[in-house]
Design a protein around this ligand. Sequence first.
Ligand SMILES: [Zn+2]
Length: 387
Amino acid sequence: MLMPFEIDARDPGSRARAGTLHTAHGVVQTPVFMAVGTRATVTGLEPADLAELRAPVVLGNTYHLMLRPGPEVFRRVGGIHRFMGYSGPVLTDSGGYQIFSLAADRTVSEQGALFRSYVDQRRLLLSPERSIEIQTAIGSDIMMVLDECIDSTSGYDATLAAMERTHRWALRSLAARENPAQALFAIVQGGLVPELRQRSAEFLTAHPFDGFAIGGLAVGDTRAEREDVTLASAELLPAERPRYLMGVGTPPDLLHAMLAGVDMFDCVLPTHLAWQGTAFTSTGRVKVTRGSCASADVPLDAACSCRTCQHFSRAYLNHLFKCSEPLGPRLLSLHNLHHYFSLMREARAAILAGTFAAYARDKLAAIDRHEHSGRPLGVAARGAEPS
Ligand SMILES: [Zn+2]
């Protein structure tokens, strides 16, 4: 049986929809932004912080977790929920993207990807079957198939070959699945070639996957290319199954993808930028390490209700970063995640009210205004720093 997913409302002015996903560790309302917890931790935050933020899902990573602590520890402890003291839904990425972007001495064949461990230099194989076996030990609520990621600007022949291998690997993953309580999502590939994206969606949606992800974006593509592929790919996916855009996530990226009918997102950006001292605010990005913040006795964002903005000033945050105190990135992580989760909750409310198209248009215009008011822009999404 497929993981239950209901559509609660459709926006009359766009393809946006609000839904409810039923996982083994709780209900998830969509559209949803998932906090990146690569190594079984959202860096610097405790599960109690995630509960206060009402973080809907935590995303772990098979590549990093297979190397440390290793699947045997998860088997012994009884899975990631118990291991990290967190009882909410967990999604695990398969490791395909990290093999592509991080692994040393990597060779990819039909069998899988051979690479060298950064922990103990051992040569390891990550195959579709091995990825499912590790994700089963981790005990995530939603597993991803192993895919072959390549640069989105690769040529046609390379893109076609990676897509076809991704399809074969997806079927091997489906066959290797052991625990029916763990959902399994397939990943549509095909680079920036519309015809290949269509073939990939047609192939994968003919099989009983619980959901479908749009992969291979934010790896060398422009924002316009990303939006075109997202729009076209989302349209090709079945309306009754969740759609997940992997690793893409500035607030405008999320709004455009929600307009296209995407339900699920993850991105390192809010936490990654928090560790660099950059905050997302209702009036644009703020770099708290700048001199202008040093004596600013005002909250990071006067319009924000998070704990950081309720209790601390920009001057204090500036001081913490200057002294390399770990509380600085922690407070900024709390704020940035609160900013993202608030955006998603507002978006869902607008979809339920049937006003999302107007909401997204106003929000995009406001972000555009702030981003072009002379403030420095940050980094690209997933391509900036793989995690
Ligand atoms: Zn705040």
